[in-house]
Design a protein. Structure first.
Length: 174
């Protein structure tokens, strides 16, 4: 009289793809402001809220892009957890990926291992961007003759490596 009922449960799991968080602020892609009016959007590029701070940061970025305050540091101060790092990350992302951005926590500055000056100096060194442009001139062709001049001894050596039957070496004394 006792019938056995088999109860089966189905567990459904969803796999999140495309969400690759590396750090706390890696989702931020910019300041989320209109490029023309500098008015912040409600929610854009990973930032929500802080409209006045985002507008002020956009004004600073516009001045940097115009060269009015290029080469200077920007200090963002405020109470903990108010979005200072997120704002700085948004500014760096808005300027482009080639702009160096170094995040520095206060615990790194007030460390017992090094002085405050040394901690700040190291952070500034990390943030310095150096762009090296190298130009090369490539000459294609066939080597016909090699001439080595030694002006100190007055001896000049000419080698023609393409005469295999009698490789000629001409030595002249100056």
């Amino acid at each position: 009289m006792g019938s056995k009922q088999q109860i089966s449960t189905v567990a459904e799991t969803k796999e999140l793809r495309g969400l690759n968080l590396i750090a706390a602020h890696s989702h931020i892609r910019g300041l989320g402001v209109d490029a023309d009016s500098l008015q912040p959007r409600t929610s854009s590029q990973g930032l929500v809220g802080q409209e006045k701070a985002r507008k002020a940061a956009a004004v600073i970025l516009q001045m940097v892009k115009e060269g009015k305050i290029a080469g200077r540091a920007v200090l963002i101060a405020g109470p903990p957890s108010t979005g200072k790092t997120a704002l700085a990350m948004g500014m760096a992302q808005s300027l482009g990926s080639d702009v160096p951005f170094t995040m520095l926590a206060s615990s790194e500055i007030f460390s017992m291992e090094m002085s405050k000056t040394e901690a700040l100096t190291q952070a500034f060194r990390k943030s310095i961007g150096v762009r090296i442009k190298e130009e090369s001139e490539i000459i294609e062709g066939e080597v016909v003759e090699i001439q080595i001049d030694r002006s100190v001894t007055g001896v000049s050596v000419t080698i023609n490596p393409f005469r295999r039957e009698n490789m000629s070496v001409l030595i002249r004394s100056g």
